[in-house]
Design a protein around this ligand. Structure first.
Ligand SMILES: Cc1cc2nc3c(=O)[nH]c(=O)nc-3n(C[C@H](O)[C@H](O)[C@H](O)COP(=O)(O)OP(=O)(O)OC[C@H]3O[C@@H](n4cnc5c(N)ncnc54)[C@H](O)[C@@H]3O)c2cc1C
Length: 239
């Protein structure tokens, strides 16, 4: 258990950093790498689909990050850490292995690290956090997203009951995603969850609302934005 060095009391899970080590790397194709982590994950648990973790990445040439000291208010860094948001795709409590799937999109410390990741690399992560806004017992679903959202969509599919009627729309590019959604008719009683590039998600949201999809049945998330490093994890695309 992590403790605050000052008080000796347990560090709240939200402020806690977990030291993890890469135990497997699987390049599924040139744009996607699945990485398994083990380490300080004893009490890790995914409470709902589409949760996220905050991962600390090393600078360009390095493979590992050093764990910071823990202070009374959480981790204390000498320089600002490089943090990005990812979906815990699976966690196997029996083996203690956490799986994360990284899009290798070219630039950015997370993408660069993932492309070169090796067994034994050491990272730190916080979380998981976030909630899923829909009732999983609902019958009809449309789940859509670009590459970055495929892990999150996978967590929803894993959590839905057998009777769920689910349409999954996945695309590599934002243009493909927008075009596929324009061509999709959406049942009025379907719950619709969409994530991807932030500007694209806004256009999709506006289009679906115009087409009569109820705001109460529509959840959109901007997972990244062209030209922005470390896009925030709470972009609902509703502005
Ligand atoms: C809740 C949540 C869950 C997420 N889950 C996942 C996940 O499981 N897997 C995953 O791969 N991503 C996921 N993302 C997206 C991921 O956080 C961003 O893509 C992040 O920007 C990647 O960091 P980076 O260091 O590679 O690039 P950054 O330094 O953040 O960005 C550098 C540049 O790269 C470009 N860029 C960033 N991301 C992408 C991308 N996906 N495709 C193309 N160009 C990009 C932008 O133009 C940006 O200017 C998630 C985001 C959120 C908010």
């Amino acid at each position: 258990m992590n403790t605050d060095s000052a008080s000796g009391s347990p560090t709240p899970a939200k402020r806690r950093l977990r030291a993890v080590e890469v135990v497997a790397v699987d390049h599924q194709n040139e744009r996607l790498v699945t990485i398994d982590f083990a380490g300080d994950l004893d009490d890790f648990a995914i409470a709902s689909p589409t949760q996220h973790v905050k991962i600390l990445f090393p600078e360009a040439a390095a493979h590992s990050v050093e764990m910071p000291d823990m202070g009374p208010n959480g981790p204390e860094f000498s320089t600002a850490p490089t943090i990005r948001t990812y979906t815990p795709r699976r966690f196997d409590a029996a083996s203690g292995v956490l799986q994360v799937q990284f899009v290798v999109h070219g630039e950015g410390p997370a993408s660069i690290w993932a492309a070169r990741a090796q067994v034994g690399d050491r990272l730190a992560l916080g979380g998981p956090g976030g909630r899923f806004p829909f009732d999983l017992k609902h019958q009809k679903w449309v789940l859509a997203g670009d590459e970055s959202a495929q892990p999150a969509i996978g967590t929803v599919l894993d959590a839905l009951p057998d009777y769920a009627e689910t349409r999954v729309i996945s695309a590599t590019t934002s243009t493909e995603l927008e075009s596929a959604l324009r061509d999709t008719s959406i049942a009025p009683d379907a719950n619709v969850w969409i994530a991807g590039e932030a500007s694209s998600v806004r256009r999709i949201r506006a289009d679906l609302l115009t087409r009569g999809v109820l705001a109460s049945r529509l959840v959109t998330r901007g997972y990244w934005r062209v030209g922005t490093a470390n896009h925030p994890d709470h972009d609902y695309g509703e502005d």
